[in-house]
Design a protein around this ligand. Structure first.
Ligand code: PRP
Length: 186
């Protein structure tokens, strides 16, 4: 997918994303390599998918992979605030280290909901790794342990991030062209 057809401004390039994956993957490896308990990398669908797959190439660890399908935007450009768990993870988490992988932390409500659930299920530890942090959107107190990069308060798409379920397959992240949002609304 050619990003210039869809974005009016690129905020994170393909090369920057790959460098983030390498840096973060190595940091996670360093921080978790001596853990005795099992590690689960938990991706929050659908946005996590490209980031999680690139990040894991740089995680030199023995780990489980699992997913939860969590949704809050319902096709629009702003979070609805109502977080739905559409599909739960398969593995038990009790006594395991859980690393949650997100494409973006915005209000923080999605992560908070998942964190609370994992705490209730007695995870040994809960760590957040996000490609994008948008601290300007935060409505709950939350600082991810691993942050790829910060973005300003604009609606963004690409590399997992969608508008109306489209444009997740762009290889970079940026601000969509105005006509693209209008076209999708017609
Ligand atoms: C997006 C994104 C995060 C969440 C962040 O997911 O992937 O999970 O919103 O927003 P928050 O910090 O304000 O909760 P979305 O609900 O759009 O589902 P998707 O991953 O399927 O696109």
């Amino acid at each position: 997918m050619k990003s210039e057809n869809y974005l009016k401004e690129v905020l994170v390039t393909k090369e920057e994303i790959q460098a983030i994956c390498e840096r973060m993957g190595k940091e996670i490896t360093r921080d978790f390599k001596d853990k005795e308990e099992r590690i689960i990398v938990l991706g929050l669908l659908k946005g996590c998918q490209p980031f999680m797959s690139d990040l894991l190439k740089f995680c030199d660890l023995t780990l489980e992979i699992d997913y939860m399908d969590v949704s809050s935007y319902e096709g629009g450009t702003e979070s609805t605030g109502e977080i739905k768990i559409l599909s739960d993870m398969k593995s038990p988490v009790k006594g395991k280290h859980v690393i949650i992988v997100e494409d973006i932390v915005d209000s923080g409500r999605t992560i908070k909901k998942v964190q609370d659930l994992l705490e209730f299920r007695e995870a040994k530890s809960i760590t957040i790794a996000t490609l994008i942090d948008k601290p300007s959107g935060r409505t709950v107190e939350l600082v991810p342990e691993y942050i790829g990069t910060e973005v300003p308060p604009a609606f963004i798409i690409g590399y997992g991030l969608d508008y109306d379920e489209l444009y997740r397959n762009l290889d970079c992240i940026g601000i969509p062209k105005d006509e693209l949002i209008k076209e999708s609304n017609e």
